[in-house]
Design a protein around this ligand. Structure first.
Ligand SMILES: *Cc1c(COP(=O)(O)O)cnc(C)c1O
Length: 487
């Protein structure tokens, strides 16, 4: 082949970016469901480059080959669209990031970008670490960040152990996230970001997002929101001005439960007093091209593909499971053996009114069944069994339909006891802070008919009065041995 020069490829790259931008403009004008179904995979992409494949292709290749040295030079200089090497990027990862950026930014009128990660925890680490760098103006100062204490157990460990204990970065805990003065009191010149999970897993804490965003920006700080429990079908923090959203895509977004994956989504031009213009201009693209290239926590093409196939139906699914959960929560609230039900959809919940200002089924006003904005509160709920830990475990052990698993967001109903699972590592003190009593069962209602889930709960609660018969034999496959403490 004749030598065609770097510019030949740069020009071809510009043409591709041109038609890609046109497509983006069109898809941005579509409704949420259309975006979820098609994402950024256009018909042109399918017909011209992917043998007409209706569904986004999976390229199980570690790397991309180039036509000649000029194309390689243009690619590695990020001058043309390229994915180069699957630790940094991959076509499937690109489609995954594209759809999540659009969904999380839906209705915000602002441009967003996304970074795909191998897990929700990797998304959180990727999102917070760039802010935890030494300030050359105050090189000896101890850094801190201000975050709600009601967070997912893994997040609690990452903040308490990996940041605070190992790296001497102070986690200033907000105990009452609806007390704005508490957030404000914790902020000082060494604070790097504000962080909140809402609704939180499993306690369903919920704060006044607009006010906390305003506070963050008053101090020139970015605000990061873990919005896993809501998904973009019910809440999109960027619409209210949040800088960065993290998602454990593993959960409701990828409901089938075949892959662990995560995402960071950011607006353009985030707020931060850190002197790094490239990072602030396009946070996720910066993460992708620099820190995550070097650290390597990115998503595999198979996980991206599995997740995308579930994401297509996220809106109608969140509608369905929210309605079912409402019914289950109402049943439990009226049950004599239940001490308390925590679900944002119940008027008895202290945070019901506040959550109702934020959690809406996206596009319900354009849905023939509703014709107006309707509240939906997701499928995570928890309930407390009267009498403490023992009867709680008995009820839990009696479930026949609801799976006992440390998981949520599944199309199948799953339940766990947080005190002995997700929140066991943080000890009694940490559990008290996160408000996790030992009679709490976290339940995530799936896609089954709600009457069958109610039936299962009913028989499990009735079983408190009868002797239980174990089902299944305690045989283990060798595959579990490495994670169990057997060796
Ligand atoms: C599960 C979860 C995470 C962690 O995500 P993984 O994909 O399991 O790493 C983070 N935040 C919330 C709210 C979660 O439920």
């Amino acid at each position: 082949m004749e030598n065609r020069g770097v510019n030949f490829y740069v020009e071809a790259g510009k043409r591709a970016m041109g038609w890609h931008k046109e497509y983006l403009k069109e898809i941005r004008n579509c409704r949420f469901d259309t975006i979820a179904v098609h994402g950024i995979y256009s018909m042109q992409e399918a017909l011209d480059f992917n043998q007409g494949s209706l569904i986004e292709p999976v390229y199980l290749s570690t790397s991309q080959a180039y036509r000649d040295s000029d194309e390689m030079e243009a690619a590695l200089g990020y001058m043309i669209p390229t994915w180069c090497y699957s630790r940094i990027a991959n076509p499937s990862m690109y489609y995954y990031e594209g759809v999540l950026a659009l969904l999380e930014g839906y209705g915000s009128g602002t441009e967003t970008s996304c970074l795909g990660t191998a897990s929700g925890m990797a998304a959180i680490q990727s999102a917070v670490d760039p802010f935890l760098v030494v300030d050359p103006k105050r090189p000896g100062a101890k850094m801190n960040f201000v975050a709600t204490c009601q967070v997912y157990g893994g997040t609690f460990q990452q903040f308490a152990m990996r940041k605070e204990k190992e790296r001497n970065i102070e986690w200033r805990k907000v105990l009452h996230s609806n007390d704005l003065s508490e957030w404000e009191k914790l902020i000082d010149e060494n604070t790097r970001f504000l962080y909140g999970e809402m609704p939180s897993n499993p306690a369903l804490a919920f704060f006044d997002l607009k006010k906390v965003i305003e506070l963050a920006h008053k101090y020139n700080l970015p605000i990061i929101i873990d919005s896993t429990v809501a998904t973009p079908a019910l809440l999109r923090p960027i619409e209210y001005g949040a800088d960065i959203v993290v998602q454990s895509v593993t959960k409701s977004l990828a409901t089938s439960g075949t892959s662990v994956c995560g995402a960071v989504i950011s607006r353009k031009n985030i707020v931060s007093s850190i002197d790094n213009d490239e990072m602030k201009a396009d946070f996720c693209t910066y993460l992708k091209l620099l820190p995550n290239r070097d650290n390597g926590p990115n998503i595999s093409p198979m996980s991206a593909m599995f997740a995308m196939n579930d994401i297509r139906t996220i809106r109608s699914r969140m509608d369905m499971v929210s309605c079912s959960t409402q019914k289950v929560a109402e049943f439990l609230e009226n049950h004599p053996k239940i001490e308390k039900v925590d679900y944002l959809g119940l008027p008895s919940n202290d945070l019901h009114a506040l959550a109702s200002e934020y959690m809406f089924l996206v596009d319900s006003e354009h849905d023939a069944r509703y014709g107006k904005k309707v509240n939906r509160y997701g499928h995570l709920m928890s309930f407390r069994v009267k009498g403490g830990a023992k009867p709680t475990r008995d009820v839990f052990d009696a479930f026949q339909r609801i799976y006992r698993a440390t998981d949520l967001g599944r199309i199948k109903s799953v339940a766990t006891i947080p005190a002995i699972s997700t929140h066991s590592q943080q000890g009694e003190e940490g559990r008290k802070l996160a408000q996790i009593p030992d009679n709490l069962i976290r339940l995530c209602v799936g896609g089954e008919h709600p009457d069958d889930i109610i039936k299962d709960l009913e028989q499990a609660l009735d079983s408190l009065n009868r002797k239980r018969i174990f089902k299944g034999s305690p045989e283990y496959s060798a595959a579990g041995a490495s994670s169990a403490k057997l060796q």
